[in-house]
Design a protein around this ligand. Structure first.
Ligand SMILES: [Fe+2]
Ligand SMILES: [Fe+2]
Length: 212
Protein backbone atom coordinates (compact mmCIF):
# COMPACT_ATOMS: atom_id res chain seq x y z
CA UNK A 1 0.00 0.00 0.00
CA UNK A 2 2.91 2.35 0.72
CA UNK A 3 3.87 2.34 -2.92
CA UNK A 4 0.31 3.21 -3.91
CA UNK A 5 0.18 6.06 -1.38
CA UNK A 6 3.45 7.52 -2.70
CA UNK A 7 2.18 7.33 -6.27
CA UNK A 8 -1.02 9.10 -5.25
CA UNK A 9 0.86 11.94 -3.54
CA UNK A 10 2.93 12.35 -6.68
CA UNK A 11 -0.23 12.36 -8.82
CA UNK A 12 -2.23 14.90 -6.78
CA UNK A 13 0.53 17.53 -6.65
CA UNK A 14 -0.42 18.78 -10.09
CA UNK A 15 -4.00 19.54 -9.02
CA UNK A 16 -2.94 22.17 -6.51
CA UNK A 17 -1.44 25.58 -7.04
CA UNK A 18 -0.42 27.59 -3.98
CA UNK A 19 -2.03 27.30 -0.57
CA UNK A 20 -5.15 29.35 -0.07
CA UNK A 21 -6.18 27.39 2.98
CA UNK A 22 -7.47 24.59 0.80
CA UNK A 23 -4.22 23.72 -0.93
CA UNK A 24 -1.99 20.69 -0.72
CA UNK A 25 -1.04 21.53 2.86
CA UNK A 26 -4.66 21.20 3.94
CA UNK A 27 -4.73 17.78 2.28
CA UNK A 28 -1.56 16.78 4.12
CA UNK A 29 -3.11 17.79 7.45
CA UNK A 30 -6.34 15.94 6.66
CA UNK A 31 -4.26 12.87 5.79
CA UNK A 32 -2.53 12.95 9.19
CA UNK A 33 -5.83 13.34 11.00
CA UNK A 34 -7.21 10.41 9.02
CA UNK A 35 -4.26 8.26 10.07
CA UNK A 36 -4.96 9.14 13.70
CA UNK A 37 -8.77 8.82 13.63
CA UNK A 38 -8.82 5.86 11.23
CA UNK A 39 -6.54 3.79 13.46
CA UNK A 40 -8.55 4.59 16.59
CA UNK A 41 -11.85 3.86 14.88
CA UNK A 42 -10.58 0.67 13.22
CA UNK A 43 -11.38 1.93 9.76
CA UNK A 44 -10.21 0.36 6.51
CA UNK A 45 -7.07 2.39 5.91
CA UNK A 46 -6.86 1.20 2.30
CA UNK A 47 -9.99 3.28 1.74
CA UNK A 48 -9.44 6.19 4.16
CA UNK A 49 -5.89 7.14 3.16
CA UNK A 50 -6.33 7.29 -0.64
CA UNK A 51 -9.60 9.18 -0.07
CA UNK A 52 -7.82 11.70 2.16
CA UNK A 53 -5.17 12.34 -0.51
CA UNK A 54 -7.76 12.71 -3.27
CA UNK A 55 -10.62 14.46 -1.46
CA UNK A 56 -9.94 18.01 -2.68
CA UNK A 57 -8.36 17.43 -6.07
CA UNK A 58 -11.16 19.28 -7.85
CA UNK A 59 -11.04 22.29 -5.55
CA UNK A 60 -9.17 24.34 -8.15
CA UNK A 61 -11.76 23.47 -10.82
CA UNK A 62 -14.49 24.65 -8.44
CA UNK A 63 -12.69 27.93 -7.74
CA UNK A 64 -11.87 28.50 -11.42
CA UNK A 65 -15.53 27.89 -12.33
CA UNK A 66 -16.63 30.29 -9.56
CA UNK A 67 -18.48 27.49 -7.83
CA UNK A 68 -20.32 26.05 -10.86
CA UNK A 69 -18.39 22.80 -10.57
CA UNK A 70 -18.91 20.93 -7.29
CA UNK A 71 -15.47 19.80 -6.15
CA UNK A 72 -16.83 16.81 -4.22
CA UNK A 73 -18.57 15.11 -7.12
CA UNK A 74 -15.99 16.23 -9.70
CA UNK A 75 -13.24 15.05 -7.33
CA UNK A 76 -14.86 11.62 -7.10
CA UNK A 77 -14.92 11.42 -10.91
CA UNK A 78 -11.24 12.34 -11.21
CA UNK A 79 -10.36 9.94 -8.39
CA UNK A 80 -12.06 7.05 -10.22
CA UNK A 81 -9.86 7.70 -13.26
CA UNK A 82 -6.66 7.98 -11.22
CA UNK A 83 -7.37 4.87 -9.15
CA UNK A 84 -8.29 2.85 -12.21
CA UNK A 85 -4.95 3.74 -13.77
CA UNK A 86 -3.26 2.54 -10.58
CA UNK A 87 -5.01 -0.80 -11.03
CA UNK A 88 -7.30 -0.75 -7.98
CA UNK A 89 -10.29 -3.09 -7.88
CA UNK A 90 -13.66 -1.57 -8.76
CA UNK A 91 -15.27 -2.06 -5.35
CA UNK A 92 -12.39 -0.27 -3.61
CA UNK A 93 -12.57 2.53 -6.14
CA UNK A 94 -16.28 3.00 -5.42
CA UNK A 95 -15.73 3.03 -1.65
CA UNK A 96 -13.04 5.69 -2.02
CA UNK A 97 -15.17 7.68 -4.45
CA UNK A 98 -18.05 7.68 -1.95
CA UNK A 99 -15.79 9.24 0.73
CA UNK A 100 -14.87 12.03 -1.69
CA UNK A 101 -18.40 12.60 -3.00
CA UNK A 102 -19.88 12.81 0.50
CA UNK A 103 -17.24 14.93 2.21
CA UNK A 104 -19.28 18.09 1.69
CA UNK A 105 -22.33 16.56 3.36
CA UNK A 106 -25.34 17.70 1.40
CA UNK A 107 -28.87 16.50 2.04
CA UNK A 108 -28.82 14.24 -0.98
CA UNK A 109 -25.38 12.82 -0.23
CA UNK A 110 -24.35 12.10 3.34
CA UNK A 111 -21.33 10.06 4.46
CA UNK A 112 -22.55 6.47 4.79
CA UNK A 113 -19.47 4.38 5.55
CA UNK A 114 -17.18 4.75 8.57
CA UNK A 115 -14.40 5.73 6.17
CA UNK A 116 -16.52 8.51 4.61
CA UNK A 117 -17.43 9.80 8.07
CA UNK A 118 -13.73 9.97 8.96
CA UNK A 119 -12.86 11.97 5.84
CA UNK A 120 -15.73 14.34 6.62
CA UNK A 121 -14.62 14.73 10.24
CA UNK A 122 -10.94 15.24 9.43
CA UNK A 123 -11.84 17.88 6.84
CA UNK A 124 -13.97 19.74 9.41
CA UNK A 125 -11.36 19.42 12.16
CA UNK A 126 -8.86 21.25 9.99
CA UNK A 127 -11.05 24.37 10.19
CA UNK A 128 -11.01 24.57 13.99
CA UNK A 129 -8.40 24.72 16.76
CA UNK A 130 -5.17 26.65 16.32
CA UNK A 131 -4.93 25.66 12.66
CA UNK A 132 -8.51 26.88 12.22
CA UNK A 133 -7.61 30.22 13.77
CA UNK A 134 -4.50 30.51 11.58
CA UNK A 135 -6.46 29.68 8.42
CA UNK A 136 -9.17 32.15 9.31
CA UNK A 137 -6.76 35.06 9.79
CA UNK A 138 -4.96 34.07 6.60
CA UNK A 139 -8.23 34.12 4.65
CA UNK A 140 -9.49 37.35 6.27
CA UNK A 141 -6.23 39.06 5.27
CA UNK A 142 -6.78 38.01 1.67
CA UNK A 143 -10.14 39.85 1.79
CA UNK A 144 -8.46 42.96 3.20
CA UNK A 145 -10.18 42.59 6.57
CA UNK A 146 -8.80 44.18 9.72
CA UNK A 147 -7.08 42.00 12.32
CA UNK A 148 -9.85 42.13 14.89
CA UNK A 149 -13.21 43.78 15.47
CA UNK A 150 -14.59 42.62 18.75
CA UNK A 151 -17.89 44.47 18.18
CA UNK A 152 -18.48 43.05 14.70
CA UNK A 153 -22.18 43.21 13.77
CA UNK A 154 -22.66 39.76 12.30
CA UNK A 155 -26.19 40.44 10.99
CA UNK A 156 -25.32 43.56 9.05
CA UNK A 157 -22.02 42.47 7.54
CA UNK A 158 -21.32 40.03 4.75
CA UNK A 159 -19.05 37.06 4.35
CA UNK A 160 -16.33 37.38 1.71
CA UNK A 161 -16.31 41.16 2.30
CA UNK A 162 -13.63 43.22 4.03
CA UNK A 163 -15.79 43.04 7.18
CA UNK A 164 -15.30 39.30 7.25
CA UNK A 165 -12.59 39.32 9.91
CA UNK A 166 -11.47 36.16 11.67
CA UNK A 167 -13.69 36.87 14.67
CA UNK A 168 -16.78 37.15 12.46
CA UNK A 169 -15.93 33.78 10.93
CA UNK A 170 -15.59 32.33 14.43
CA UNK A 171 -18.97 33.72 15.52
CA UNK A 172 -20.80 32.64 12.38
CA UNK A 173 -19.19 29.28 11.60
CA UNK A 174 -16.25 27.98 13.57
CA UNK A 175 -17.92 27.78 16.95
CA UNK A 176 -20.65 25.49 15.57
CA UNK A 177 -18.37 23.03 13.78
CA UNK A 178 -17.78 20.69 16.71
CA UNK A 179 -21.50 19.84 16.74
CA UNK A 180 -21.24 18.48 13.21
CA UNK A 181 -18.52 15.92 13.96
CA UNK A 182 -19.64 12.28 13.66
CA UNK A 183 -17.03 9.78 14.90
CA UNK A 184 -16.01 9.40 18.55
CA UNK A 185 -12.29 10.00 18.24
CA UNK A 186 -12.88 13.08 16.09
CA UNK A 187 -15.36 14.37 18.67
CA UNK A 188 -12.63 14.24 21.31
CA UNK A 189 -10.26 16.21 19.09
CA UNK A 190 -13.01 18.65 18.17
CA UNK A 191 -13.83 19.35 21.81
CA UNK A 192 -10.22 20.26 22.56
CA UNK A 193 -9.82 22.33 19.45
CA UNK A 194 -13.10 24.11 20.13
CA UNK A 195 -12.18 25.00 23.71
CA UNK A 196 -8.84 26.37 22.57
CA UNK A 197 -10.55 28.64 20.02
CA UNK A 198 -13.04 29.93 22.55
CA UNK A 199 -10.21 30.73 24.93
CA UNK A 200 -8.17 32.37 22.19
CA UNK A 201 -10.90 34.77 21.08
CA UNK A 202 -11.90 35.49 24.65
CA UNK A 203 -8.33 36.44 25.41
CA UNK A 204 -8.05 38.46 22.20
CA UNK A 205 -11.13 40.49 23.21
CA UNK A 206 -9.57 41.20 26.59
CA UNK A 207 -6.20 42.10 25.10
CA UNK A 208 -7.66 44.67 22.68
CA UNK A 209 -9.43 46.28 25.64
CA UNK A 210 -6.12 46.44 27.47
CA UNK A 211 -7.39 44.13 30.18
CA UNK A 212 -4.66 41.57 29.73
FE1 LIG B 1 -13.39 19.75 0.19
FE1 LIG C 1 -10.79 19.47 2.36
Amino acid sequence: MEDQINKLWEEVKKYFSGDTGHGLEHTQRVYKLCEHIGNKENADMEIVLPAAILHDIARKEQDDSKGKIDHASRGAELAREILKKLGLEDDKIEKIAHCIEAHRFRKELIPQSLEAKIIYDADKLDSIGSIGIARTFYFAASLGAIVHNKDIDVENTKEYSKDDCAYREFLVKLRYIKNKIITNEAKKLAEERHNFMVEFFDRLNKEVEGEL
